[in-house]
Design a binder for this molecule. Structure first.
Ligand code: AMP
Length: 283
């Protein structure tokens, strides 16, 4: 069964009002489309936790800090609808741009602190674009639950903070990273890698795993991170934005593994920016 594709907020509201009138719980899975198994894992979680599931597809111009990246972002709506069919989601909300940003739109939702390092330091305005659109999607769908991937670990932390700070009555559910057989985290941007670059790409995850193992074995954090950076560059990546150990909740930098932590990385390969991360627990 193919879900209806809704373009207008009024149509979404009409549908969700009916559901709410029946006391049903609504989940939303926000995406930018070009769906893959990572997105579909979020849909499965949403289905298990709610009566109704809305998948949103909106390539949000405000979260792109690079015009070329926005222009090249894959747009595959018909394929996306076909991939969602087996999951029997209740609606695909693919709003017309003016439904998200009507003429005169003048509001930015901005989270301080958590957004300042990691991807925030390398992608000016990115998280403001994310929190602004996610706040809109929460208001438009009035979802009870929203599923986000740990693939974008900083984004997950930022969205949680925003929902808490603004008293948005939505439960944020974080879902594990889905990977290819060789370890590469699934991403809509992976299709832009040449075959040669695609073969090199798993070096990022392997470097994180090696660093995690080294830190667990007592190697000083700075040394393990430097080795990971060297391995990624030696493996064919053009540059590394960051490879860092952070506290899992606050994302403050750690130089000792003394609490639940996350190793996070962003690096450029073949003109594509790839991100990945890995959880670490103290001994
Ligand atoms: P995007 O379409 O890239 O904005 O991603 C939409 C949602 O899917 C975000 O919550 C992402 O974190 C999540 N996501 C993307 N890739 C993966 C993956 N490989 N595993 C799990 N979740 C993912």
């Amino acid at each position: 069964m193919t879900a209806p594709i809704l373009r207008r907020l009024a149509d979404l509201r009409e549908m969700t009002a009916r559901w709410r009138g029946q006391g049903q719980r609504v989940a939303v899975v926000p995406t930018m489309g070009a769906l893959h198994a990572g997105h579909l894992s979020l849909v499965e979680v949403a289905k298990a936790r709610a009566d109704r599931v809305i998948v949103t597809i909106f390539v949000n111009p405000r979260q792109f800090d690079n015009a070329d990246d926005l222009a090249k972002y894959p747009r595959t709506e018909q394929d996306d609808a076909a991939k969602l069919a087996p999951y029997a989601v209740d609606a695909i909300y693919a709003p017309d741009p003016d439904q998200v940003y009507p003429p005169g739109f003048a509001t930015t939702v901005s989270v301080a602190g958590l957004t300042e390092g990691l991807c925030g330091a390398h992608r000016p305005g990115h998280f403001d674009g994310v929190t602004t659109v996610v706040a809109k999607l929460f208001a438009q769908t009035q979802a009870d639950i929203a599923c986000f991937g740990e693939k974008d670990f900083q984004q997950l932390a930022v969205v949680r903070r925003m929902a808490r700070d603004l008293d948005i009555p939505v439960e944020i559910v974080g879902c594990p990273i889905v990977r290819e057989g060789d370890g590469l985290a699934l991403s809509s941007r992976n299709v832009r890698l040449s075959p040669a670059a695609r073969a090199q790409a798993p070096v990022l995850y392997r470097a994180l795993q090696q660093a995690a193992g080294a830190i667990g074995d007592g190697v000083p954090v700075a040394q393990a991170l430097a080795a990971a950076r060297d391995a990624v560059l030696a493996g064919g990546f053009a540059s590394v934005d960051y490879i860092d150990l952070r506290a899992a909740d606050s994302l403050v930098p750690l130089d000792v593994l003394d609490r639940p932590a996350r190793l996070l990385a962003a690096a450029h390969l073949d003109g594509v920016r790839l991100i990945d991360n890995l959880g670490l627990a103290p001994a």
